[in-house]
Design a binder for this molecule. Structure first.
Ligand code: CP
Length: 321
């Protein structure tokens, strides 16, 4: 018997977006195609589309964010939704209210969609399961990053950016560099790139920041950055997730930059038309040299802009049901 993915409905459509793991390839491409149709709207050539008119989107960010929270808000507004940004610091969670009690109360205000970021892996899953029980298929949850587990819309906007520049996934060498162990972005990117048929996926970083099981997922592990970058088409740099590290896993930021910082000299080992990506926030001089971050090969700010169209695509596909 085959198990249905919990975020998918029986007809194969998305009920929630919680993870990229297990999403079919054609569904990922359909999200990217839908995003492409929104690029004009997200660039403000067209002001708004009415696809979520009358719907309420609640942004619940229990962890800091600049890019994700803001682009979700812009995306929801461009779909004509009513957007509520809950200020967690001044909300009743600070008085001891449980996560699900907070959700129940917001749900009683007729929320149609929750966008959730939480430091605990699995928090958006918990909310989605709870809402399925009490509201059936009425309410949708989008995971905006949970602990070290998943950041599916970041993964999707990364795929959108790669497809925009490279067109075809099936002939690419992609390197993900840095703190893979604590990175939800790395996990979502690995699932997406594998599903989309990237034939050579490399993880580059110190052993202490490399999770087990990568080889079983078809990822080639490199501890030597120069070896790992050779002839790649795409370089995805990651931030050191200091807030998720327990104990000393690295000698110092300077030492890290020396071995795993992306400099012009190291980037020259990749293909001449390689693109450089970073989900942000970016630490210049720790994981990336300013001259690279600001170079023509860097598509880091484009990722942010594409994030609006990708989040519009996800929310409109969920809200259409
Ligand atoms: N990429 C990303 O999630 O950035 P924020 O933490 O600013 O949302």
């Amino acid at each position: 018997m085959t198990m249905r993915h919990p975020q998918l409905r029986s007809d194969g459509e998305l009920q929630h977006l919680l993870t990229i793991e297990g999403l079919p390839r054609d569904l990922i491409h359909r999200i990217l195609d839908t995003a492409e149709s929104f690029v004009g709207v997200s660039d403000r050539e067209v002001k708004k589309v009415p696809l979520l008119r009358g719907k309420s989107v609640f942004n619940l960010f229990f962890e800091n964010s600049t890019r994700t929270r803001t682009t979700f808000e812009i995306a929801a507004k461009r779909l004509s939704a009513d957007v509520v940004n809950l200020n967690i610091n001044t909300s009743s969670t600070s008085k001891g209210e449980s996560l699900l009690d907070t959700v129940d109360n917001l749900s009683a205000m007729h929320a149609d969609m929750f966008v959730v970021r939480h430091a605990q892996s699995g928090a958006p899953f918990l909310i989605a399961e709870h809402l399925n029980r009490i509201r059936g298929n009425e309410v949708h949850v989008v995971n905006a990053g949970d602990g070290r587990h998943a950041h599916p819309t970041q993964g999707l906007l990364d795929m959108y950016t790669i497809r925009h520049h490279k067109k075809d996934f099936t002939s690419l060498r992609v390197a993900i560099v840095g703190d893979i162990l604590h990175s939800r972005v790395a996990r979502s990117d690995i699932h997406a790139l594998t599903t989309l048929g990237v034939p050579e996926l490399r993880a580059i970083g110190p052993r202490t920041l490399m999770p087990g099981g990568l080889e079983q997922m078809g990822v080639h592990v490199y501890t030597d950055m120069r070896e790992g970058l050779r002839d790649v088409d795409v370089v995805i740099m990651l931030r050191l997730q200091n807030e998720r590290m327990r104990g000393a896993l690295l000698p110092s930021a300077q030492e890290y930059f020396k071995h795993y910082g992306l400099t012009r000299e190291k980037l020259a080992l990749a293909r001449p038309d390689a693109i450089v990506m970073h989900p942000g926030p970016m630490n210049r001089g720790v994981e990336i040299e300013s001259a690279v971050a600001d170079s023509a090969q860097a598509v880091i700010l484009q990722q942010v802009t594409f994030g609006i169209a990708v989040r519009m695509a996800v929310m409109s596909m969920l809200g259409a049901q």
